[in-house]
Design a protein around this ligand. Structure first.
Ligand SMILES: Cc1cc2nc3c(=O)[nH]c(=O)nc-3n(C[C@H](O)[C@H](O)[C@H](O)COP(=O)(O)OP(=O)(O)OC[C@H]3O[C@@H](n4cnc5c(N)ncnc54)[C@H](O)[C@@H]3O)c2cc1C
Length: 619
């Protein structure tokens, strides 16, 4: 261990992850905590990290309150509808009432926003989306964070949270290692904001082997946002609510601008509108939810999946009509250039010119995230002016561990935040974290050297394992004494795919499959004690895998607990195929006991705050 130097850093606010939420948190922490020491630690390089690394073509969450376009209440209703009723409306409202101010700052900071030439307003792509030239979106928000932080640490992967030893259930910082130097870093902090993004690659992706990185969701997002709090004993919510995306096949290019701006539409191989065909069958499963407008994302997926299973595929996006208009053709291509260049390359390689050939669509493998059309994540306190008692314990966006805050994909129950909402949530979390420190809630923290040293031994164990076990390699990378991160990852992905509702089973699972999945995950966990890493990059892969595996356990426990199919099109419980509002109109909350590793589950009421308040006002 001696060869890995240890660096200590004491700070007030520690931000883990410098993506959209992390940059927002770092920026806002400086605003409220003028004299505080603020540190942001990022696994990659903050200039091009996270889901927005490559840029975006639209900001998907903007109310337009200054022009009376939408109000926060409208957004709550929208998210509630899309998630089949299951959202934390206090969190959604809180984000929505602040998100416009975030977008206005992006504008001031130089993000090129498209304008409607007639009205002078931001150019709408849809009711909530505004269009940007967003290739440099991430460097722009990174600059705000860089100017705000005392220090940004790039290339450090945080592996564990530190806990205070003087008071139970209080955070004390975090530890990690530098993937380039191999040094160990201890960050002792009064408040920690976890903003480490969602999880791809826990379910087997459609593209395997050399194409493995070709997923919709960022391949480097490994669920640290979940694993860090789960390991420390924080409560999680809605982890069963994984997301499946309908996207252009193979490149996963976005379809939003195509539907909304280009007004393209989908059809089956016979040129039919297949969604209509599945109306009665879907109504059987979910009742009146199928009549809601807009149709919830999962239900549109459901029609796609059913049609494909019934032999109606491939499903195509009809682009050949819209692309006859040169302006729309340009928009269609530009949509990829600032965001998913790979899709244009895939079309070129497959000889698809969307002006003459309708491109194929697909449904993705499931991902776990909290900021898109899905709301997996940590169970957090809401704002004091909105949240009912069960949703409020002192500080906005604080998890069930004192001093530990979350934002963006980390936070569960609040869907449809997207990039702007995640940055906004980072700001809200940072404001509360500063208040927590100012209120002297972090006094007397004790983090012993022993705690740090124990983590250090754990963190580098895969290097030690490899050093010894490499002598027993029988051929290639096969050794009886260790598994490599890629071997472990593929094993994890198969378990999740085949037992927990991945593409292998057309997103189908049931209690027996989940039970078996949990057994296999437990054995994987045992074997991951013997994961080996030959260098620091593989050490990162080893820890990414461990975080993915823990996240997967939580997803599986939640999927087992909710005995209904709430979101057909995201996954199906074959033993409970129908939506069951009588028993399951509630949020699911889990906690893993850090001592025993056992999960406990509970139901928590879902409060429909927005319309309830309006009803009360009216009466
Ligand atoms: C494919 C795709 C397309 C999207 N399109 C749009 C769109 O068009 N418009 C829109 O508004 N939104 C869009 N979004 C949503 C938006 O990107 C997310 O809502 C937002 O990035 C979430 O912010 P976050 O900070 O939680 O996660 P991220 O922005 O992903 O940031 C997480 C950060 O944490 C770092 N990290 C991870 N683990 C660790 C660790 N252990 N230690 C240290 N650092 C760590 C990562 O490197 C990363 O920088 C899209 C998302 C995806 C995946």
């Amino acid at each position: 261990m001696a060869k890995h130097k240890t660096h200590y850093e004491d700070c007030d606010v520690l931000v883990v992850g410098g993506g959209m939420a992390g940059t927002g948190a770092t920026f806002e922490a400086r605003h409220w905590g003028r004299d505080m020491k603020i540190i942001c630690v990022e696994k990659a390089n903050i200039d091009r990290s996270g889901a927005v690394a490559q840029g975006l073509y639209a900001i998907n969450c903007y109310m337009g309150m200054q022009w009376g376009e939408n109000q926060p209440e409208d957004h709550v209703r929208y998210a509630r509808n899309d998630l089949m009723g299951m959202v934390r409306e206090d969190l959604g409202y809180d984000m929505a009432r602040h998100v416009d101010s975030t977008v206005h700052m992006f504008d001031e900071w130089g993000l090129p926003m498209m304008k409607n030439e007639e009205t002078g307003r931001y150019l709408r792509e849809g009711k909530w989306q505004i269009m940007i030239h967003g290739e440099s979106y991430k460097p722009i928000v990174a600059e705000a964070a860089k100017k705000s932080a005392d220090k940004i640490y790039n290339r450090i992967m945080i592996t564990h949270l530190l806990m205070d030893e003087s008071q139970e259930n209080r955070v004390g910082g975090a530890v990690g290692f530098n993937m380039r130097t191999g040094d160990f870093h201890v960050f002792r902090a009064k408040a920690v904001i976890v903003a480490a993004g969602g999880a791809s690659h826990i379910f087997k992706p459609r593209a395997v082997g050399e194409g493995m990185g070709r997923t919709w969701y960022a391949p480097w997002s490994n669920g640290s946002a979940y694993a860090l709090p789960i390991a420390a004993g924080a409560k999680m919510t809605q982890m069963e609510n994984r997301i499946v995306l309908c996207r252009f096949k193979d490149g996963y290019g976005p379809v939003g601008a195509y539907f909304l701006h280009l007004k393209t539409y989908t059809q089956n191989a016979n040129g039919e509108n297949y969604e209509k065909k599945w109306y009665d069958q879907t109504k059987e499963l979910v009742g009146e939810y199928i009549d809601h407008h807009p149709t919830p994302t999962c239900l549109r997926n459901h029609a796609f999946i059913q049609e494909t299973m019934a032999g109606g595929g491939p499903i195509h996006m009809v682009t050949t009509e819209a692309f006859q208009d040169p302006h729309l053709e340009t928009v269609g291509w530009e949509n990829f250039l600032g965001m998913t260049v790979g899709q244009a390359v895939v079309w070129a390689s497959q000889n698809i010119d969307p002006k003459y050939t309708n491109p194929e669509l697909t449904t993705s493998e499931p991902y776990v995230m909290g900021s898109h059309a899905t709301c997996s994540g940590a169970w957090v306190s809401g704002p004091e002016d909105l949240s009912p008692p069960e949703y409020f314990w002192g500080y906005n966006r604080m998890l069930t561990i004192d001093g530990l805050f979350g934002a963006g994909d980390t936070v569960g129950g609040s869907a449809h935040k997207f990039s702007s909402g995640s940055f906004t949530e980072g700001r809200l979390a940072a404001k509360a974290a500063v208040k927590y420190i100012e209120d002297k809630k972090a006094e007397g923290l004790k983090v012993s050297d022993k705690q740090c040293e124990d983590f250090k031994t754990k963190v580098y164990k895969p290097l030690e394992t490899y050093t010894v076990a490499q002598n027993e390699i029988t051929g290639g990378t096969v050794s009886p004494s260790y598994i490599s991160p890629i071997q472990g990852l593929q094993r994890l992905q198969r378990i999740m795919d085949e037992y927990v509702g991945g593409i292998a089973t057309n997103y189908m699972t049931n209690a027996n499959m989940l039970k078996r999945g949990l057994e296999l995950l437990a054995w994987l966990e045992e074997d991951l004690e013997n994961v080996g890493a030959e260098d620091y990059h593989q050490l990162m892969r080893a820890w990414e895998l461990k975080h993915r595996a823990l996240t997967s356990q939580c997803v599986t426990e939640h999927t087992m607990f909710r005995e209904e199919t709430r979101w057909p099109g995201y996954y199906y419980r074959g033993d409970h195929m129908k939506l069951d509002d009588d028993n399951w109109h509630c949020l699911t909350v889990s906690r893993r006991d850090p001592k025993t590793g056992k999960f406990s589950m509970e139901k928590v009421p879902v409060y429909h705050i927005v319309d309830e308040n309006e009803k009360k006002k009216a009466s």
